[in-house]
Ligand binder design. Structure first.
Ligand SMILES: [Zn+2]
Ligand SMILES: [Zn+2]
Length: 124
């Protein structure tokens, strides 16, 4: 499979029994439907996100990408709990792409995010 952002080959990496695809160049991560949520709950799973967040930030600006599985145009999604994280999601096969460093961030749901969420809740 080719990376939807930089078109380099992606390699399969496994964490326990969940397999995801990681780009050999930009280190972006591809999760098939629900894999991201599954992995988020697994201790230590952030170790699959080995990329440089600085590189991820550069690739993050490129949000006009097609799903590497089914070639549908992907839409940008924001994690409702951590609104600074944008990921691209496929509305057809429900795959999700995280730029390098984003999954690590996605997993680290911080106290700051928690309070930010509370405040957002008070004043919508
Ligand atoms: Zn890539
Ligand atoms: Zn798709």
């Amino acid at each position: 499979m080719k990376c939807p952002k930089c078109e380099h080959e992606m390699e399969v990496v496994a964490f326990k029994d969940v397999e995801v695809d990681r780009c050999t160049l930009c280190k972006g991560l591809w999760f098939d439907s629900f894999e991201a949520d599954q992995l988020k709950d697994m201790k230590g799973s952030e170790e699959i996100d080995i990329g440089d967040p600085e590189v991820g930030r550069v690739f993050n600006r490129d949000d006009r990408i097609d799903c590497p599985r089914c070639k549908t145009g992907m839409i940008r999604m924001v994690d409702p709990k951590q609104t600074h994280i944008w990921m691209e999601s496929c509305t057809v096969c429900h795959g999700v792409f995280f730029d390098a460093g984003e999954f690590r961030d996605f997993k680290r749901y911080t106290v700051v995010d928690f309070f930010r969420g509370l405040r957002a809740g008070e004043r919508p």
